[in-house]
Design a protein around this ligand. Structure first.
Ligand code: ATP
Ligand code: MG
Length: 394
């Protein structure tokens, strides 16, 4: 873990050599203190973006408006962000405009929770004006400053609080918890995309059940897409054990199974999901809800990804599934896609002497079904005979 910081040290050293301050900040420092796996090592500096760009050979303007320059150093990429305040907040959202400053303490002051407001210098010494280390020891999610004011500035922080509760298995500090319960309606102002990101992270946390229960207890569901009035469903969701490496699709499928919306596609669209996810989850949901039995044809039509999703969902909801049997049956199928079929529309036209029409795709479908079912070998002459066309003409 420490190795990731050591590898990033040249970034701090170069910024300091140029006369600026630079620190490791944010989630990486928090996770380091917790002994958790570190995702990205983020760096904060007193250098302004244009100054950062003159210090490093290779930089990318990834978030220049917010003061972030991505720096390439030792084969790694680091986000280097200028100390900043977030100026005025309007509409309870994060502001578009930020003000660059030269003071570390003020930069830490704008951060959401004390555990996320710790800086670490290149000697591994901590700069922790808000006692973030103590909060981490106490497993406490504590807002920096007045929690109500902080939630007013950016209502997403309430969702982040619950997400961190889930990921870290922490609890909310008393004032922070009270502010969250009181200000929850501000969540209505947050963009769905940001909510969706936190919602997924929350599902992969070790205290997922407790997090979802808290959502229901404080009434946060009223501000989550399609979840208004679904408290009981959320308690059911919270009672399930989710696999650690659950795919996004599985998480959405489980939400649908718990909440049973009138129209699944509309419910998923409300979370602004990619169309491909919506299609797959809706198909999986329909199959699960119909309590259909797998047939060879179903498995063939579903394909591996979809039947795996369906059976993964079944396992979470009922405690058992038919995945192993499905996989065996699927692998034993004579073909796995229409392109493997030994006849084409051209063959049918030639054999029949007829011209094209709806009969063509209907016939192909009949052949495909018979082959998949194992009623007809996937061989040209056999198929031809089966269709009742003479054998010797080509
Ligand atoms: P993760 O492990 O999920 O990346 P993180 O704490 O690093 O968690 P990021 O979203 O990467 O979260 O943000 C990096 C840091 O920026 C945070 O640790 C926090 O200091 C600050 N931050 C992020 N979002 C907000 C916000 N909405 N309000 C205030 N500070 C924030
Ligand atoms: Mg991060």
């Amino acid at each position: 873990m420490k190795a990731q910081f050591i590898q990033a040290l040249p970034v701090l050293e170069k910024l300091e050599a140029a006369g600026f301050e630079a620190y490791f900040v944010g989630g990486a420092v928090r996770d380091f203190l917790l002994g958790r796996k570190i995702s990205d090592v983020d760096i904060a500096t007193s250098a302004f973006p244009e100054e950062v760009k003159t210090i490093f050979a290779r930089t990318y303007d990834t978030g220049i408006k917010h003061g972030t320059v991505t720096v390439s150093e030792g084969g790694e990429h680091y986000e280097v962000t200028t100390f900043r305040t977030e100026g005025t907040y309007t509409d309870f959202r994060r502001p578009e405009e930020v003000t660059f400053i030269r003071s570390l303490k003020e930069d830490l002051l704008r951060r959401d929770f004390t555990m996320n407001a710790i800086a670490m210098d290149r000697h591994f010494a901590f700069h922790d004006p808000f006692q973030g280390q103590e909060a981490i020891k106490a497993k406490s999610i504590t807002a920096v400053g007045d929690p109500k004011a902080r939630f007013h500035e950016d209502a997403l922080r309430m969702m982040r609080a619950v997400r961190f509760l889930s990921q870290l298995d922490f609890t909310l500090e008393e004032k922070t918890a009270r502010a969250l319960a009181e200000e929850i309606s501000l969540l209505a102002h947050v963009s769905v995309e940001r909510v969706t990101v936190e919602w997924l992270k929350l599902h992969r946390g070790k205290a997922f059940s407790r997090a979802v229960q808290m959502i229901a207890e404080v009434g946060m569901e009223a501000y989550l897409p399609g979840l208004s009035g679904k408290k009981t469903a959320l308690f059911e969701l919270s009672s399930w054990t989710l696999p650690e490496a659950a795919s996004d699709e599985l998480l959405w499928l489980l939400l649908m199974v718990a909440t049973k919306p009138a129209d699944v596609k509309t419910a998923l669209k409300a979370w602004r999901l990619p169309n491909r996810t919506i299609k797959q989850v809706a198909a999986a949901y329909a199959f699960l809800m119909d309590e259909e039995q797998w047939t060879k044809w179903h498995l063939y039509q579903a394909g591996r990804a979809l039947f795996t999703l369906i059976e993964d969902g079944r396992l979470v909801v009922t405690g058992q599934n038919e995945y192993a049997a499905c996989l065996l049956a699927y692998e034993a199928l004579p073909i796995h896609s229409r392109s493997e079929l030994q006849v084409t529309g051209h063959d049918l036209l030639a054999w029949s002497g007829k011209s094209g029409g709806p009969w063509l795709s209907e016939t192909l479908l009949r052949v495909e079904q018979a082959v998949v079912d194992g009623r007809l070998p996937n061989e040209k002459p056999e198929i031809r005979r089966w269709l009742g066309y003479g054998e010797n003409e080509s």
